[in-house]
Design a protein around this ligand. Structure first.
Ligand code: GLV
Ligand code: MN
Ligand code: MN
Length: 395
């Protein structure tokens, strides 16, 4: 019955895949991104649904007139981190399509418009700000700031949009698109082992930890690796090494998480002491104070102010909605409700006042943001069935 989630994922498997690592490089406003959007439009067209873009370039397909009443929107994103897995994002989009097929086969007629959304640039892999599409939609990221963000090659987001055929002049809070979203429900592969430990295929999100990204600009002096005495060196890499150790220690001390996973070294020569190192810190925790304490410790160790590139306060999903979802999506009783340290567009919409919820699908190892990310086919099917049950409850 329905369209197997695995078949839909298989159709996406070659897009943006790096043959060396096996991971995905699906970055915003690139050819791979456009190809994914075309795939989405094709699947929607095959179901008689048109796709419309909003001012930020997010994609929306509607079953029913979206202006007749605030709709229930399912969705997620299709972009990836560098060498990401196949499920983070796409699972939510393909499950929405699969749920729609299940409901139509059953003859279900939604009482309000039902939408499927693909949010643009959720990972922020190219321009540095996560959930850029939903933040632009809601106006929590200013158009001027976003359009001026540069990728590693110096291309601005505005230029990248223009070369992909999206007019950057359109970008700004989109009242019309927002008005249509009565409730947003995002299914996502779990990015931890919460459900695996509980022995549950599907769970419901309660909230998202506060988290953010900070930049450390470390300056030194370039010099010759073979002739400069150790005592004469001004090597910013040593400062970074210390900052990384401090990040780890402070995270452990405050019950938080801290990661330095991206570094740019200039001039980038094996035989030259670096003139500068730029490093990015990702810090998250259950409490904003714990995250701030980690950032302060790292900043102290780095001897420079950590420049905040993004900050997401704690998100609590609508508790009544979460309880309702937990009551209907579990196959044999209430589904577990759990928080996550991963950011999502659902969190951005919730913070903007849209009732939002999340469903998580078990990830047997918990590994994510890696080619090794996985969810069993049976659990993916259970996720689509759960999403269909949620639609029957809410629409
Ligand atoms: C999004 O995947 C994040 O970084 O939390
Ligand atoms: Mn992700
Ligand atoms: Mn994601």
């Amino acid at each position: 019955m329905g369209t197997p989630v695995g078949d839909l994922l298989d159709a996406l498997a070659p897009v943006g895949r790096d043959s060396g690592t096996g991971g995905y490089r699906r970055f915003a406003w690139t050819g791979a991104d456009a190809e994914l959007g075309e795939w989405f439009a094709g699947e929607c067209a095959a179901r008689g649904l048109d796709v419309v873009g909003d001012r930020a370039g997010n994609l929306w397909a509607w079953w029913g007139d979206p202006d007749s009443a605030p709709g229930l929107v399912l969705g997620s994103h299709l972009d990836s981190v560098p060498d990401g897995g196949a499920y983070d994002g796409p699972l939510g989009v393909v499950s929405a399509i699969a749920a729609l097929d299940l409901l139509r086969e059953k003859g279900f007629a939604p009482r309000r418009p039902l939408g499927v959304a693909v949010f643009r640039d959720e990972e922020g892999a190219r321009f540095g700000v996560a959930c850029a599409g939903s933040r632009l939609l809601t106006g929590t990221l200013a158009a001027g700031t976003a359009l001026g963000l540069r990728d590693a090659d110096g291309v601005t987001m505005g230029e990248a949009m223009r070369s992909s055929g999206h007019d950057p002049g359109l970008v700004g809070r989109d009242e019309e698109a927002l008005r249509r979203v009565g409730t947003y429900l995002e299914l996502h592969v779990e990015q931890g082992r919460g459900l695996a430990d509980l022995g549950a295929a599907v769970g419901v999100g309660s909230g998202i930890w506060p988290h953010g990204r900070w930049r450390l600009d470390l300056r030194g002096r370039a010099d010759h690796a073979g002739t400069t005495r150790l005592s004469d060196r001004d090597d910013p890499m040593l400062v970074l090494a210390e900052a990384i150790q401090v990040a780890r220690g402070a995270a452990a001390a405050h019950g938080a998480l801290a990661t330095i996973g991206k570094v740019r070294v200039l001039p980038g020569a094996v035989n030259a002491i670096p003139s500068s190192v730029t490093a990015w810190l990702d810090a998250r925790g259950a409490e904003p104070g714990a995250v701030r304490a980690v950032v302060a410790a790292v900043s102290g160790a780095a001897g420079c102010a950590a420049v905040e590139e993004s900050w997401t306060p704690p998100v609590a999903f609508d508790a009544d909605l979460a309880a309702r979802l937990a009551g209907v999506v579990g196959p044999g009783g209430p589904a577990p409700v759990l928080a996550t340290g991963a950011g999502h567009d659902a969190g951005v919409l919730a913070a903007a006042g849209v009732p939002a919820g999340m469903l998580f699908v078990r990830n047997p190892t918990g590994v994510s943001h890696s080619p090794a990310e996985h969810a069993e086919p049976a659990d993916c099917e259970a996720g689509a069935v759960a999403l269909a049950r949620a639609v029957e409850e809410l629409a």
